[in-house]
Design a protein around this ligand. Structure first.
Ligand SMILES: O=C(O)CC1=NCN=C1
Ligand SMILES: [Zn+2]
Length: 426
């Protein structure tokens, strides 16, 4: 029991607690955001002491000294937003591809011509560890300003042991220094590097025999992810890599069925992946397999928007079929150059047909579960980390409805005010 309350956020018009049973929310449960009108949140030592109706919280902390109060002025408070799928650490940018895209050159065609991911690989190999660190630091600041308090970050632009380790060391250093918490994913199988062009089998062996063991030995990643796609890694190659990763104790993720329905979703279910990503082309059979295996679907509507996709991830069918749905920016310099989860809110509603309640569930509890952090973050309940956002809005629908701006007023990270009046305080 704490001796004092460090911070009391009160006069909250709508408090989204996301309280509920542990684990990702499915089906109708995705619409229950644990909403409280007239709420308060009491924080001590970076953790939630109490969160709920004002009177209940006052009773809970009766007799304790309160160091600091924050008047929410009747507005909306949610758990800190979680971005479970980013390629945060990378060199360079790919605005020069915009012209190709407008001419209708497909994403995989640009990659086949040595552009796309491979142009970011060149830029990332050329960049020093410090340059990558500085560049990613700026993006983390933008993410935090937009309400994101925890971020998953993948390697995958090195595609050679030293360069992959360089990216992963940057993620580790950012996690140690920046207020935003990072979760690290090894993605050496993001593409076949130029020096292995036409010899993908040998590159797969390099990933399995050299990279995975070394990343494990240095403890530089919790998850392993693979880009299972036509012209990148086949289902069989993806299975081989993820089976080896599982053997070494990595959690598993899979970029699946983004463009072609190769059966990535079924593979994710077969291997027991914690999540599968993209899923635009996944069949009902694939979604059912994911539902049965409790694989979380991470939908990336900013990516399908940016790729001018004719259709988007079938989130309504996923929710109908009992697949837990999470949302993410897929922040990367090619297919989704945006740090804004608030833009993703709008696209998740308009392109995926999700309701505001389902969207916030997909960006808090379900996103936290997709990176193995459902017991620490994702909801405002006693004992959870005190990561929360005060928005300049009085209800959830206003956030996706009024798009293209930043609605964040205050961000609190582990009980510390890191953004106030929409400005960084750290
Ligand atoms: O294009 C990129 O750099 C990131 C990406 N990987 C798989 N889809 C997009
Ligand atoms: Zn991605």
């Amino acid at each position: 029991k704490p001796q004092r309350v460090d911070l009391l956020v009160h006069n909250i018009g709508l408090l989204v607690t996301m309280r509920g049973k542990p684990g990702p929310r499915r089906g109708r449960d995705m619409s229950d955001v644990g909403a409280v009108t007239g709420g308060s949140v009491a924080i001590a030592d970076g953790k939630i002491v109490a969160a709920g109706p004002e009177a209940d919280v006052w009773a809970e902390i009766a007799g304790l000294a309160v160091d600091r109060t924050l008047d929410a002025k009747g507005r909306l408070v949610t758990p800190g937003l979680v971005d479970p799928h980013t390629h945060l650490v990378h060199g360079g940018s790919r605005e020069h591809e915009l012209e190709l895209k407008l001419k209708g050159v497909p994403y995989l065609e640009i990659l086949a011509q040595g552009g796309g991911i491979l142009s970011t690989v060149r830029a990332t190999r050329a960049a020093s560890e410090n340059e990558l660190y500085e560049k990613a630091w700026k993006s983390l600041n933008i993410m935090m300003l937009y309400g994101t308090t925890t971020v998953e970050a993948k390697s995958g632009y090195g595609l050679a042991l030293e360069d992959e380790l360089k990216q992963l060391r940057v993620i580790k250093r950012l996690n140690e220094t920046h207020p935003v918490d990072l979760v690290s994913t090894f993605m050496g199988a993001h593409a076949v590097p130029p020096e292995y062009k036409g010899r993908s089998g040998e590159y797969v062996k390099l990933v399995i025999d050299e990279m995975l063991p070394e990343v494990k030995r240095q403890g530089l990643a919790e998850f392993c992810d693979v880009f299972c796609e036509h012209g990148v890694f086949t289902v069989d190659e993806s299975r081989e890599i993820l089976a080896a990763a599982k053997e070494l104790g990595f959690g598993l993720k899979l970029h699946a069925d983004e463009i072609e329905p190769l059966g990535g979703a079924q593979l994710a279910a077969e291997l027991g992946c914690i999540s599968a990503e993209h899923l635009l082309a996944t069949t009902d059979e694939g979604l059912k397999a994911m539902s049965d295996a409790s694989v979380i679907a991470v939908c990336l509507p900013a990516t399908s928007f940016n790729l001018r996709a004719k259709s988007h991830a079938r989130a309504r069918d996923m929710i109908e079929l009992g697949v837990p749905v999470a949302l993410s920016t897929d922040y990367n310099p090619g297919s989704s150059p945006t740090e804004s989860l608030q833009l993703v809110m709008t696209l998740a509603c308009l392109h995926l047909g999700m309701t505001p309640e389902e969207v916030i569930t997909g960006m808090t509890m379900n996103a936290a579960c997709a990176i193995g952090r459902g017991d620490v973050i994702g909801s405002l309940e006693p004992g959870k980390q005190a990561d929360l956002v005060l928005f300049d809005a009085t209800n959830l629908a206003y956030l996706p409805y009024h798009f293209g701006i930043n609605h964040v007023d205050t961000v609190i990270k582990k009980g510390r005010i890191v953004v106030a009046d929409g400005q960084l305080t750290v």
